[in-house]
Design a protein around this ligand. Structure first.
Ligand SMILES: Nc1nc2c(ncn2[C@@H]2O[C@H](COP(=O)(O)OP(=O)(O)OP(=O)(O)O)[C@@H](O)[C@H]2O)c(=O)[nH]1
Ligand SMILES: [Mg+2]
Length: 430
């Protein structure tokens, strides 16, 4: 029997970006719209038109000007557009006003990202986190009009919370939020136990802008098979694997650390990530916060990489993971036509490593660099711990090379070689 694949038609979409700064050459406008278009495509949209408005007084009713609203409405009507997606975050009332005038589903960037997250969540933790973020974000937006529209149009922007939940009243949604939070707390405490078991390990996290190649690099370094896609937010769950640093020849034989190394891959960051989302993903990201070293993966082939670095650094600060040792890993060098470009970038980032996670270029450089961080940034220090503070002693064993331990009547004296910033954290505490 012949099987005919019937594929759902992609939703017909127009995208809109509003900016109140002037941008003469329109560089940013194109870049912002490119990224929004990539997000919308990931969610299953067919983008037929871009609208842009800049350098115009802010209109609290529609965000964009009335004239632009009419222009979009006309296009939507004549081209059978199903949704209009805004790069900007819309207030609930702006969304309602726009929906009324443009007469189709209006989606903002936060809703779009939540949608992709809902599609990509695999583990129960990720699913709970996404549902929580959706409910908290959508709660003030759950109006009759929105309900009506979401039923009518389906597709992007309506992938959950499930209709049954939408139909219950806000009090029930409030209850659901409380339940989700308590479930997440339980998962978090389990994770903490797991994390304590891991305290004998030196921990590395891959961080970076979405689509930079973090998962590809994890696979390369650990011979794993985690999900890789040319999509934004392909990864939502944290995967942790053992990393064998001794793939590299032992040159600095006198240093015996780190003994056991774990490396984790996690959700990527993006410009203007809605704050509530970061909030609800904090426990996924706690792996990053607890790491001893971060590998910041950067897509060198993306012309926006400098801004992406900024975004990542800001997000790291927001989750409380700044100030850790970081190696900047410029990835996708195989995509560069101009090989001298690497040298230019290297000049601005002298400590960076240049690799292709896909082609396996530069891996040994990277592994050596990781070892170097352990040894170069390392200082020898004598620390005095309180008597019986075996927990800190174990931590010192984990992060460094403990050379000498003397048990005194009133404390423990430890001579250790370890990375300066990791060591300072411990010294500041004891
Ligand atoms: N040409 C080239 N492509 C790469 C390289 N590394 C990764 N890619 C591609 O880039 C895309 C994204 O890779 P991922 O590893 O999924 O990126 P990620 O940072 O984990 O992305 P998210 O999980 O979505 O945030 C995939 O299509 C990869 O095949 C590389 O070194 N060279
Ligand atoms: Mg990934």
């Amino acid at each position: 029997m012949a099987m005919i694949e019937t594929k759902k038609e992609p939703e017909r979409v127009a995208i809109v970006c509003y900016s109140n700064t002037s941008d003469e050459k329109n560089i940013h406008r194109e870049i912002e719209l490119d990224e929004l278009e990539f997000l919308a495509k990931t969610a299953g949209a067919n983008i037929l038109k871009r609208f842009y408005q800049q350098n115009r007084a802010f209109d609290s009713k529609y965000l964009i000007g009335r004239g632009k609203v009419d222009e979009i409405a006309e296009y939507v009507a004549s081209h059978n557009i199903q949704s209009v997606i805004f790069e900007n975050i819309l207030s609930p009332s702006q969304q309602r006003n726009l929906e009324r005038e443009i007469k189709c589903k209006i989606i903002d960037k936060a809703t779009l990202i939540l949608d992709i997250f809902a599609n990509n969540a695999r583990t129960s933790q990720a699913k709970l986190q996404v549902e929580l973020a959706q409910l908290e974000y959508l709660l003030p937006r759950l109006t009759r009009a929105w309900l009506h529209l979401s039923k009518q149009y389906g597709g992007i922007g309506t992938k959950g919370p499930g209709e049954t939940q939408i139909e219950t009243d806000r009090r029930l949604i409030g209850k659901r939020i409380t339940l989700l939070k308590s479930k997440l707390r339980k998962i978090e405490s389990q994770r903490k136990t797991q994390s304590e078991e891991r305290s004998n390990y030196y921990r590395i996290s891959l961080v970076g802008y979405t689509n930079a190649g973090k998962s590809t690099l994890l696979n390369l370094l650990t011979d794993s098979d985690v999900y890789v896609r040319d999509e934004l937010f392909a990864t939502l769950d944290t995967s942790t694997r053992a990393l064998n640093l001794n793939k590299v020849e032992k040159k600095s034989a006198e240093l015996r650390f780190p003994k056991k190394v774990l490396i984790s891959d996690t959700v990527g960051f993006i410009r203007n990530l809605p704050h509530g989302l970061i909030e609800s993903f904090k426990s996924t990201l706690s792996e990053v916060v607890e790491s001893d070293l971060l590998l910041h993966v950067i897509d060198i082939s993306n012309p926006e990489f400098s801004n992406q670095i900024k975004t990542v650094n800001e997000t790291l600060k927001e989750i409380g993971a700044d100030g850790k040792p970081v190696i900047n890993v410029f990835n996708k060098v195989d995509r560069l036509e101009d090989k001298e470009y690497v040298q230019d970038v290297n000049r601005d980032h002298p400590d960076a490593v240049f690799i292709s996670a896909q082609k396996g270029i530069g891996v040994y450089d990277l592994l050596n660099k990781i070892k170097k961080v352990f040894s170069n940034g390392a200082v020898e220090s004598e620390i005095r711990l309180n008597a019986g503070d075996y927990k800190t002693l174990a931590e010192l064993h984990r992060i460094g090379d403990v050379r000498k331990v003397r048990y005194l009547k009133n404390g423990i004296k430890v001579k250790v070689i370890a990375d300066r910033s990791n060591l300072n954290k411990i010294i500041g505490r004891v």
